[in-house]
Write a protein that binds this ligand. Structure first.
Ligand code: ADP
Ligand code: ZN
Length: 704
């Protein structure tokens, strides 16, 4: 059992250093187990909150917590994040100068830092500190890299087994988002922590909206999607290097700040792109799967899969990179049959081809689901949702089934006539009565069923054929040029009138986007959130750290809602800890106060016209209103002019005559519409008073 006083320290420590008021699901249990010096295996989805599980205990241990992390490039980011929270941390990197390394060792010996990040390759250089005198805990991040079962196997991770031998009494906490049993067992085995306590968290990431669309006009769809989300960071995953570059350049042509990222680029280019993304300098990254591992950027708002992923593990890990801050995020997957075919090609001949094919099949089932997608996803990870999620496209737009027997009969008879030798494209062409070269060459235009499905669009046929395949009425022969073939079920439809239920193809009625995007941009400009975002960006640039390390989007949203104007209130915001209060509090509070005052002023301005109008309607004359309001009568006239322009019921000719208006009109023509009133006054030899000139101009303007 953990000491009562240690237990009582947990929440205050969480608030002081991380700014949060409570733990998420399993975090507290995990932390207590670490503090009890158990070995632990933590399985939590990406964005679930693994870091705190070792960072918080690190603060309460006497010695350092050694963190093994796979990517040197990202250690700095994590250390910056800790420093921003007032936690002493550093990292070791074989490219550092030896003097720098000495200085870091010195900090370790003196226990001046709490967390020390290293890559597994560097461990052999650290013998002098691998000693229980200094090390209180070892955390192994991305622990699945140790297993060749996992999908990110790294040979350098395999040497980690010696840690338990050199530090037998030091608790190890291994963390990963990869949950399958084989990988889990492998991690425990290789780290020699077979008695570790295991923590399996829910894999549900409720805030991520799931959506799958057919892959037609992907690029147009993507541009529309992004234009709806100005300023929001996102990642587009593609299958090939070439497509990352093509998409990035097309997006750029459309005014979107995008970059490509793939393994073919130089190390420098990749680092720069990654950094620009983390620092909010690049909005969109089009990447192969090499991008994103270990990136903690909490304000990635969306992930698009341009191509279908190989398996659900990969898909889930990739979409997990958006919405880490818990705010609404979007995952959009484009589903295409040619991707499936391509992926099948890639895996053919691989030693574990069958396993890979089975995994791809599950991915396909997910993409073609007609029931809640999150249920399918979570069931893959062994988790059962009792209710539909309400936050996926199927839940939001349930498919409508109809009797599609005739459609099925037409399709299957064409497949029969084509002798089961043609792929989906040709089948659709024959159905629709196309007369292109292939059709004519092969004489398919002479078939009896050529054109029987004219009334249905190409895209709809595509979806119907996919549905028929999924229901087993036909199948794709992947080893025979993907020809569509009949199955034993086909006969029932063709000859026994079996009823086939199909769902209506989904339509995407996108609104015209340009106008909408500019509107939202305009609307965005004057929100407190946008102001705080700007302030955050200024601070981030000055300190050379990513904006989300200053405050997360979630923290800014809460500031916008709660409008804290004192230090005590500011500290109440989730994400504001002691150091951030001290360093940033003043600036943010000042911005919130300034914004609120401005709003009050504009509101007052609006109110002042209304008061004048009410008094005017009560029948008071101008002098009376001025007296009552303690304002000059010219001010009251300017109110009336504005009210008149707004279309309010003002008898404006009570104050200025027709003749005077005509005089002003004439002057306006002769003077070529000057801005000020004085030229009019002089031109009219002082015969028309200033306030009348103003009213006359108001009338003239309103007439247009
Ligand atoms: P993981 O490593 O599991 O992918 P992180 O540790 O990076 O996830 O955490 C994801 C996000 O959730 C981070 O922005 C983190 O600050 C935030 N977070 C973690 N724990 C909590 C908590 N108890 N309350 C609020 N936010 C939290
Ligand atoms: Zn759902």
């Amino acid at each position: 059992m953990l000491l009562k006083e240690t237990k009582e320290q947990l929440i205050p420590t969480l608030k002081k250093y991380f700014g949060y008021d409570s733990f998420r699901d399993q975090q507290q249990n995990i932390i207590e187990s670490v503090l009890l010096k158990n070995d632990n295996l933590v399985i939590m989805p990406t964005g679930g909150g693994k870091s705190i599980c070792f960072q918080l205990p690190a603060l309460l241990f006497d010695g350092i917590t050694l963190v093994i992390s796979p990517l040197i490039a990202l250690m700095k980011d994590q250390v910056d994040g800790l420093n921003a929270n007032g936690i002493a941390a550093d990292f070791f990197n074989s490219s550092q100068e030896s003097a720098e390394q000495e200085a870091i060792f010195e900090k370790v010996f003196k226990k001046e830092i709490k967390l020390f990040y290293v890559a597994p390759e560097s461990l052999q250089l650290l013998e002098n500190i691998l000693n229980e005198k200094y090390v209180s805990c070892v955390a192994i991040d991305e622990a699945h890299c140790i297993s060749s079962w996992g999908h990110d196997f790294r040979p350098s991770y395999q040497q980690l087994g010696f840690l338990k031998k050199s530090l037998p009494n030091t608790p190890i906490i291994a963390l990963t988002a990869t949950a399958d049993k084989a990988t889990r067992a492998d991690i425990l085995e290789q780290l020699s922590i077979t008695n570790a306590t295991q923590f399996l968290s829910s894999f549900d990431r409720k805030n991520i909206e799931l959506e799958v669309r057919p892959a037609n006009d992907r690029l147009t769809q993507i541009i529309k999607f992004i234009n709806r989300k100005p300023n929001e960071s996102g990642i587009i995953y593609c299958l090939s290097r070439k497509s990352t570059e093509q998409i990035a350049s097309k997006l750029k042509l459309n005014g979107i700040n995008a970059k490509a990222y793939h393994a073919g680029l130089s190390f420098e280019e990749r680092t720069k792109t990654q950094e620009d993304f983390i620092f909010d300098k690049t909005q969109v990254v089009c990447a192969t799967i090499a991008f994103g591992m270990g990136i903690d950027k909490s304000n990635v708002r969306w992930v698009i899969h341009y191509n279908m992923p190989k398996n659900i593990e990969g898909y889930y890990q990739e979409i997990g990179r958006c919405g880490r801050d818990g705010l609404k995020a979007n995952a959009l997957l484009f589903h295409s049959y040619s991707d499936v075919i391509q992926l099948k090609k890639f895996m053919s001949g691989a030693s574990n081809e069958e396993v890979q094919a089975a995994k791809l099949d599950r991915m396909k089932q997910f993409s073609e689901a007609t029931t809640c997608r999150r249920k399918i996803l979570l069931s893959y990870f062994g988790e059962l949702l009792s209710e539909n999620c309400g936050n996926c496209d199927v839940c939001k737009n349930p498919p409508q089934f109809f009797n599609g027997t005739i459609i099925a009969q037409k399709a299957l008879s064409v497949i029969t006539r084509l002798k089961e030798a043609e792929a989906i494209g040709t089948v659709i062409d024959v159905l629709r009565g196309a007369l292109n070269a292939t059709i004519l060459d092969k004489g398919y235009d002479k078939l009896k069923s050529h054109g029987v499905g004219k009334e249905i669009s190409w895209r709809d046929w595509q979806q119907y054929l996919i549905q028929l395949t999924n229901q087993g009425y036909c199948e794709i022969a992947f080893h025979k040029n993907n020809a569509l073939q009949l199955t034993s079920f086909s006969k029932k439809v063709l000859f026994e009138n079996e009823v086939v239920n199909l769902t209506r193809p989904i339509e995407f009625k996108e609104q015209p986007v340009i106008e909408k995007a500019t509107k939202t941009k305009k609307a965005k400009k004057d929100t407190l959130f946008e102001r705080l975002r700007k302030l955050r960006q200024e601070i981030a640039l000055a300190e050379n750290i990513p904006a989300y390390l200053v405050f997360s989007d979630a923290a800014l949203k809460e500031m916008e809602r709660a409008r804290p104007m004192s230090e005590a209130d500011f500290l109440e915001i989730s994400g504001v800890g002691q150091r951030k209060l001290e360093v940033y509090g003043e600036d943010f509070i000042a911005e919130i106060v300034a914004f609120s005052n401005e709003k009050i002023k504009t509101r007052k301005k609006k109110d002042t016209h209304k008061i004048t109008y009410d008094l005017y309607k009560e029948g008071l004359d101008i002098d009376e209103i001025a007296k009552k309001r303690n304002l000059k009568s010219t001010t009251i006239f300017s109110h009336l002019a504005l009210l008149y322009t707004e279309g309010k019921d003002i008898e404006i000719y009570d104050f200025v005559s027709n003749e005077e208006v005509e005089k002003v009109r004439k002057s306006k023509d002769e003077l070529e519409s000057p801005q000020a009133l004085k030229p009019y006054f002089e031109h009219l030899n002082g015969e028309v008073e200033y306030f009348k000139i103003r009213l006359a101009l108001t009338i003239i303007d309103k007439e247009g």
